[in-house]
Design a binder for this molecule. Structure first.
Ligand code: CMP
Length: 139
């Protein structure tokens, strides 16, 4: 089925002017950008978005990193979008990411790993709603 997922192009990628290169990989994987905006996340937004990780040892560093520069938040649509996006992103740690994936090609470290993508349809809906109104999504 055609579904939606949520993606973030992270500050390490926007800093290196890779917004287009990352988006091309997403599009080549069969995903369509149906909403997109470049934002500077606030600390409160980053803490809220990553609330599920707040007990993790890397939480504070993660929040600092995510507000260290602009990000591009996107809604992606396509056949089985969550899986298609996760496949093209590659493993969280670029050292483990498969050849041809975004993180293999572009990520700097497990933290500065260039992209975020939702891990389930349920979380995709929550994450899309966190950053977008329905009228900002044009399929
Ligand atoms: P993301 O998919 O955005 O979800 C949580 C993020 O935490 C993850 O990608 C990484 O960028 C970051 N992170 C930093 N350190 C770790 C770690 N040790 N394990 C998992 N994620 C980490």
């Amino acid at each position: 089925a055609v579904t939606r997922t949520f993606s973030i192009i992270k500050p390490d990628a926007t800093r290196r002017n890779l917004t287009g290169a990352v988006t091309k990989k997403l599009e080549d994987a069969g995903l369509r950008v149906v909403a997109s905006k470049r934002i500077q996340m606030t600390k409160e937004q980053a803490e809220g978005f990553y609330a599920v990780h707040k007990e993790r040892p890397f939480f504070n560093d993660l929040v600092s990193f995510m507000i260290s520069g602009p990000v591009v938040v996107q809604v992606l649509e396509g056949e089985d979008a969550v899986k298609a996006n996760r496949d093209v992103m590659g493993a969280t740690n670029p050292a483990d990411a498969a050849e041809g994936t975004i993180r293999k090609e572009f990520a700097e470290s497990i933290e500065a790993n260039s992209v975020h993508g939702s891990d389930s349809d349920e979380n995709a809906k929550i994450e899309i709603d966190f950053f977008f109104n329905e009228d900002e999504i044009v399929g």
